[in-house]
Design a protein around this ligand. Structure first.
Ligand code: MRU
Length: 342
């Protein structure tokens, strides 16, 4: 299964809000549909968002009508702006947009820009596929036969379009014939762990046990977890990690219980322009995602609710960051910089 694809001028992906109940594929030929799909998380996960946006911009660019390259670029940058305003935390989105904008500036004429944007979006997807496959293989070396791995949110094919980040590492360990068990935290409020991670792992025949987020400490304290692996949406220059809300809690619990805490992410998730987690933009989503579960109210009408979608895990809690260019440990500042130069 491919999480997302470009087929004959259309962007095709599975609607992640309908999983696991229904496997509905969307085929979009209007960039506005892609913008909405990203905002509504029909397509989600740091890497998949960037690929969807890249294809969405390439798609939107095809119907820009302009007389000159300058006029075209002006409209294209508005289009890029629209995609930039979808989801602020995952840096992969902004990196992809930057790549497309730079390419457009360098091209000679409008038809060259239109063609090169599609090619570049394809290239971004192919590069991410290679990167996540490679990091998964490298990360699998950290997994021993018989390990039980706790993970959070969804970091598989759905989230990256390719192999996966944390789930990729788990899949690769399994391909190396290691026996692994996964504990998937449900990931309130939108339940990516319960709905998507268990769906992906079941399809791969990897044993998984679903828990509520608040059960994690119980299992760690009872010695039932050998390591925690999860993904990232943005990694600052000092190694601080933005990831799905609840990640920080898991990191603190892992340290308290002496359990290794690994972050798996391609280098496109590393943002050296941000020195620490304090500068990371955290997406605030509709409080209704907290007061309702799949449209059903679970709290009194009108109650105040907060909904930060991500949190920051300080680097001191991170045992290692698994990238396609190697497994990085402290001192993060120095080593992340080095990795980004290679
Ligand atoms: O809000 P989401 O579901 O898009 O958040 C996704 C995550 O936080 C993932 O853990 C992260 O993107 C890493 S996997 C590429």
């Amino acid at each position: 299964m491919k999480g997302i694809d470009w087929i004959e001028g259309k962007i095709k992906f599975i609607d992640q809000t309908r999983l696991p109940g229904e496997e509905v594929f969307l085929e979009l030929d209007d960039y506005r549909g892609v913008v909405t799909a990203i905002k509504e998380m029909k397509v989600r996960g740091a890497v998949t968002i960037s690929i969807a946006a890249a294809y969405g911009i390439a798609l939107g660019a095809q119907s820009i009508k302009a007389e000159s390259k300058e006029a075209f670029i002006r409209q294209l940058s508005q289009l890029c702006q629209t995609f930039s305003a979808t989801r602020p935390t995952a840096v992969n989105l902004f990196r992809a947009i930057e790549r497309l904008s730079r390419l457009a500036q360098a091209a000679d004429n409008i038809s060259q820009i239109k063609a090169s944007l599609i090619n570049e979006a394809r290239k971004i997807q192919a590069e991410e596929e290679r990167a996540t496959e490679r990091l998964s293989k490298l990360g699998a070396e950290l997994i021993e036969d018989g390990f039980t791995i706790l993970t959070h949110c969804n970091t598989g094919t759905l989230a990256v379009g390719g192999y996966g980040t944390a789930l990729g590492v788990i899949k690769a360990a399994r391909e190396q014939r290691k026996r692994v068990n996964v504990i998937a935290a449900e990931t309130r409020p939108l339940l990516q762990g319960a709905r998507l991670t268990t769906w992906e792992l079941t399809r791969e025949n990897i044993p998984v046990t679903l828990i509520t987020d608040s059960m994690a400490g119980y299992f760690m304290n009872r010695g039932k977890v050998n390591c925690v692996i999860l993904g990232a949406d943005r990694i600052a220059a000092n190694g601080d990690v933005a990831n799905k809300i609840g990640t920080y809690t898991l990191a603190v619990l892992a340290m308290e219980n002496g359990i290794p805490f690994y972050v798996a992410a391609p280098t496109s998730t590393i943002d050296l322009s941000i020195s620490s987690g304090a500068e990371m933009p955290i997406e605030e989503r509709d409080p209704e995602e907290v007061t309702h579960i799949q449209g059903v109210p679970i709290a009194p009408e009108g109650v105040n609710a907060a909904n930060p979608a991500f949190d920051i895990t300080p680097h001191l809690y991170v045992t290692a960051i698994i990238t396609e260019k190697g497994i990085i440990k402290e001192p993060y500042e120095l080593r992340l910089k080095k990795v980004m130069q290679t």
